[in-house]
Ligand binder design. Structure first.
Ligand code: KIV
Ligand code: NA
Length: 270
């Protein structure tokens, strides 16, 4: 299976219509990528790895070195999906030049196909700068977790008409700047629909709408690894339950000396 390209994914949406929705999940490790790859179009090495893998309180402390290490692992573990890596907080916002340096390092050192960055109209110049220099960029608007200090929390966006107008303007600016796709996170559904109808590039919803051109979830969330998840998460498995059960079973067998059994031990040749 040849790896999907960013232009092929961008072309899924033709004249405002997407016949086949874009399937995207996060991946942080090579093994996770191997398991998800055949089912997805895009694998996102999200900066959500800060909370999910490192137990950090937000995505703000995530470093570029972390993103490069996990990005390279996910590229090594996949052969079909296009891999996108998040630019972490503080590594791209200052200028288009800073963003280019950062994104170029990510592409060079991971082999990924493109990057994602948060922000709307304020990032349009940067999106154009990178897109015109060989770096495909995906935008991310609405609930942008790197801006949690400014937003005051992780609640849904676009509830007021003024805020909805601003977010729609953000989407239009990114689209015009050449973004190959836009993640719409945590917005009221009619706004996600309006954005999807207003922009030429595919929209990827997470807490958006089934009418978006694609969907993304944090894999650990949809696998049921966490007790507390946002409203927009649907759990497709109970992996936390499986892990706890397996660990409890193992612990009991170690304590009663029934593990290792004969099958797991080496015996001298008879
Ligand atoms: O970091 C992340 O996982 C993301 C997705 C939730 C879109 O940005
Ligand atoms: Na992210």
């Amino acid at each position: 299976m040849r790896r999907l390209t960013i232009p092929a994914i961008r072309q899924r949406k033709k004249d405002g219509v997407t016949a086949e929705p874009v399937v995207m999940l996060t991946a942080y490790t090579a093994r996770q990528a191997q398991l998800l790859d055949a089912h997805c179009d895009l694998l996102l090495v999200g900066d959500s790895l800060g909370q999910v893998i490192y137990g950090l309180p937000s995505s703000l402390p995530v470093t570029l070195d972390m993103m490069v290490a996990h990005g390279a692992a996910v590229v090594r573990g996949s052969w079909h999906s296009a891999v996108i890596v998040d630019l972490p907080f503080g590594t791209y916002e200052a200028s288009p030049q800073q963003a280019f340096e950062t994104a170029a390092r990510v592409l060079r050192e991971t082999g990924c196909a493109g990057v994602k960055l948060e922000g709307g109209a304020a990032m349009a110049e940067t999106v154009a700068f990178l897109s015109q220099r060989g770096i495909p960029v995906m935008g991310h608007i609405g609930l942008t977790p790197q801006a949690v200090n400014q937003l005051g929390g992780y609640g849904a966006r676009g509830r007021s008409e003024a805020e909805a107008e601003k977010i729609l303007g953000d989407a239009r600016a990114l689209d015009k700047a050449g973004a190959f796709g836009i993640v719409i996170e945590g917005v009221v559904e009619p706004l996600a629909v309006a954005i999807t109808q207003a922009v030429a590039c595919p929209t990827i919803g997470i807490g958006g709408s089934a009418q978006c051109d694609g969907q993304v979830l944090v894999t650990e969330d949809m696998l049921g690894m966490f007790e507390r998840v946002p409203r927009f998460v649907k759990r497709y498995a109970d992996v936390a339950g499986l892990i706890s059960e397996a660990a409890a079973h193992y612990a009991a067998e170690v304590r009663d000396r029934s593990f290792p059994g004969i099958e797991q031990t080496y015996q001298p040749k008879a």
